[in-house]
Design a protein around this ligand. Structure first.
Ligand code: GPV
Length: 791
């Protein structure tokens, strides 16, 4: 279509969608209505290609990505850039009297995820579509996404995220493809809502299918007519509970029955949908594994395994054959080695909610035990590894047995799975465990969030090919010695810092100096990620500046963004502690012209898009061995921030790319931690490291107030009281001295702008391997065995 035609199409389509929806002319419409109409126009624009893509995929072997979370964020800008129709949409809106940029601000984030795991799934969708790979995502359309965070006197308060009203314009329902889900508490329908997933500069349009629960009957007419209005709606309310909320958890296991219901609901609906499509297109169920593979994004969808076997048995296939098909179908991704995150369900809960599925799990368990006895495995080992023991169903073990592939998400993480978390499986099924280092989509995280840097890169490389082939970023490396280019990079960085500064001033009323070093820690709040280490550093720095105001201190702004799981009291205490420190520092005129602390409220994808490009220093400071991969570390690197980090997760691989001299490494290594912890006494660094005692003691000496709730005392105790496996489990005090040295060095080095820019530029040049396109190619080659299917 010509540019002119496209523009006319958008004008016409937007106007008629507004008319159809509101009965009014576009000139009467609100910006929110225009955004919704634009979303509909985009669907209209891609509809034929979307249908054609589905048809093409149904003829071939395809992958189905099952995930309880897809942290999509906003879609519209991404779609306009991917489809190469940004300018036409902008011009069309201009003619209609609207400004595209402000229309895009009307879109709420689809916050259907907690953190890294959910955002990874969203990046994988983008990469699969861009690479024309037959991949479909399956998840839940949560009525309310992750909670909205507000600060009240520095405390986190959760409020509902009202991100969609009765519908959400970018998704389309397919009522004809609804599925009936069998639950002991009463059956419900699962109705699919499809989000089109556009790829960058390709015609293929992939699908993210999100399920919504509906009652079988809208209300009980007899109850209603008898005046029992509450009872009449009971079934409806029960169904609506299933898709009401996303559990606000990240890495800790939430043992709620409703959560199991959600997991079964979307796993069953997805498996039924996949079986339906297979039957329609290939007839014979026995060829299922030839045409289909299902990737389980952590343990949340693992209940799909017994469900698939159960449904095959209903179709007349014997258990043994059905389970062999399942073994050739499922692949499992593990995202953590934290013991509390390996999901287990009480037998009674599973039995009561889904009795027919439970009896299949029993059969799988028996088959596993028999297979292990066959190879003379030690009985104790069999017991430990079996799916059902200690009164619980062990979802990670179920996944590990049945799946044909188990993958970790960074090399170090995979090594730990092999030698530790899953070492029994490694012994018995050598080769099953493999590594797929995470990645992030350069479309969203560089091209769209940082158009200024992207323009510079495109100018230097001569074209935009790097957006689809991120390895081409390496061709930027020679410019690391080009002073003019480094100057241009610094100019761009300043623009991005100004944009963040503006956001912070508008939303929080805090003014920050864009010439200061922007030091940013954004991720979920968790003790193992060690926001507390950063907080102690800042407080120590505050006291050092107070004592020595004349010294040549580098101006710095310390940014935080983090949500804590609503039931995770200690994480919420750390938020309060940081907000207390921010209050103290930002209001002290002796220091607030040198340092400031900004805790960004309600950190989400849209805010992340402003924060990543503005960073000078990227905080990746988890205790070594605990962060499976991290993906924020990659987003910072792509946008030219230097990492201060431990050798943990994918930091190890970032270090492999840029070398020690282009990042700030500190802290104990994973193999050292293993040695140190058994005899570790936090009182030693507490006493010996100058300055440390003073900042730790602020938790109990009245410097800060938690309104006498004992929260800070508990935090203090978590660091100082108990045996080695209790006191300071995450080695905050142990790593403090090393962290302070590294961070002080980063502050001094920042003063040499050109050297800093050179290092940042090397980071950008070396970031190509962290594109999720590379990750998806590896899944495709090693696990999925699917082929590029271009329409
Ligand atoms: I398990 N992760 C997450 O965000 N939520 C979870 O429930 C679990 C893991 C994260 C890991 O913590 C990150 O290290 C990793 O980068 C991310 O998953 C994606 O693999």
């Amino acid at each position: 279509m010509s540019k002119k035609k496209l523009k006319d199409f958008f004008k016409q389509s937007i106007s008629s969608h507004i008319k159809a929806n509101s009965g009014q002319d576009v000139s009467q419409a609100t910006e929110a209505e225009v955004w919704a109409a634009l979303s509909r126009a985009i669907i209209e624009h891609v509809a034929d290609n979307w249908a054609e893509t589905k048809k093409a995929y149904d003829k071939t072997r395809q992958e189905h990505y099952l995930s309880a979370e897809f942290l999509v964020g906003r879609s519209t800008l991404n779609n306009l850039v991917n489809l190469d129709i940004y300018d036409e949409a902008k011009d069309a809106l201009k003619d209609l009297g609207f400004d595209l940029t402000s229309i895009l601000e009307e879109e709420n984030d689809a916050a259907l995820g907690n953190g890294g795991l959910g955002r990874l799934a969203a990046c994988f969708m983008d990469s699969s579509a861009t690479l024309d790979m037959p991949v479909t995502g399956y998840g839940i359309l949560y009525r309310h996404g992750l909670f909205k965070q507000v600060f009240d006197n520095g405390y986190q308060v959760e409020t509902p995220d009202v991100w969609m009203e009765d519908d959400f314009a970018p998704v389309v329902p397919h009522r004809d493809e609804k599925q009936r889900i069998e639950l002991a508490t009463g059956d419900v329908y699962a109705v699919p809502y499809d989000l089109p997933i556009t790829g960058y500069h390709t015609d293929n349009v992939n699908t993210l299918r999100l399920w919504k629960a509906e009652p079988l009957t809208p209300f009980d007419i007899h109850d209603f007519n008898a005046g029992n209005f509450q009872e009449a709606l009971e079934e409806k309310n029960q169904a609506e509970d299933i898709w009401r909320v996303l559990y606000p958890n990240d890495t800790t296991h939430e043992g709620k029955v409703l959560r199991l219901k959600q997991q079964y609901f979307f796993a069953s609906a997805s498996v039924k949908d996949i079986i339906r499509r297979h039957k329609e297109n290939h007839g014979d169920l026995r060829t299922f594994a030839e045409f289909n593979s299902l990737q389980l994004n952590d343990t949340h969808p693992v209940i799909a395994i017994p469900e698939l076997i159960r449904l095959f048995m209903e179709e007349g296939i014997e258990f043994d054959e059905a389970s062999e098909i399942a073994k050739a179908t499922f692949a499992y991704t593990n995202h953590t080695v934290l013991a509390e995150a390996l999901e287990k369900w009480d037998i009674n809960i599973v039995k009561e909610l889904i009795p027919n599925v439970y009896s299949v799990i029993e059969k799988i368990d028996a088959k596993f035990r028999a297979e292990l006895a066959e190879i003379d495995a030690h009985p104790g080992k069999i017991e430990y590894m079996s799916m059902i023991h200690d009164g619980q169903v062990h979802m990670a073990w179920l996944a590990s047995y049945v799946s044909y592939s188990i993958n970790g998400v960074a090399q170090l993480h995979t090594d730990i799975l092999r030698k530790d978390t899953l070492h029994d499986w490694e012994d018995i099924y050598p080769g099953k465990i493999n590594n797929k280092t995470n990645g992030v989509t350069p479309r969203r995280w560089l091209r769209n969030t940082n158009p200024e840097l992207s323009a510079l890169i495109t100018k230097l490389l001569g074209n935009e090919d790097w957006v689809k082939h991120a390895d081409k970023l390496e061709e930027l490396l020679p410019f690391a010695d080009d002073k003019k280019v480094l100057k241009q990079f610094l100019d761009v960085k300043k623009i991005k810092k100004q944009q963040l500064a503006d956001m912070v001033e508008t939303s929080l009323g805090i003014k920050v100096d864009v010439d200061a070093q922007f030091d940013i820690m954004i991720k979920r709040l968790h003790e193992y990620k060690r926001q507390l280490l950063d907080a102690f550093y800042i407080l120590d720095l505050y006291y050092r500046i107070k004592e020595n105001p004349q010294e040549d201190w580098t101006p710095r702004v310390f940014f935080f963004g983090a949500k804590a799981a609503s039931g995770y009291v200690r994480a919420k205490t750390i938020i309060k502690f940081i907000n207390e420190i921010a209050e103290l520092i930002n209001n002290d005129s002796d220091v607030n012209n040198i340092i400031k602390v900004v805790f960004v409220e309600n950190y989400n994808v849209s805010k992340a898009e402003v924060l990543f490009p503005a960073a000078d220093l990227s905080e990746q400071i988890s205790m070594a061995g605990k962060e499976a991969s991290g993906t924020g570390n990659m987003k910072f690197m792509m946008n030219g921030a230097l990492t201060i980090g431990t050798l943990d997760g994918a930091n190890v691989e970032i270090n492999g790319q840029v070398g020690d001299e282009n990042m700030f490494l500190f802290g104990a290594k994973e193999e050292e931690i293993v040695e140190i912890l058994p005899s570790y006494d936090p009182k030693v660094p507490y006493e010996k490291t100058p300055g440390l005692k003073r900042v730790v003691d602020t938790l109990i000496d009245g410097t800060f107030s938690d309104d006498n709730q004992g929260l800070f005392q508990d935090l203090y105790n978590s660091l100082m009281v108990g045996d080695w496996d209790q006191a300071d489990q995450y080695y905050v005090l142990g790593d403090f001295a090393s962290y302070r040295e590294a961070k002080d060095r980063a502050a001094v080095e920042f003063n040499d702008k050109e050297t800093w820019a050179r290092k940042a530029w090397i980071n950008i040049s070396k970031s190509g391997v962290f594109s999720s396109d590379r990750t998806i190619r590896e899944y495709v080659e090693d696990i999925w065995k699917i082929e590029e299917t271009k329409i």
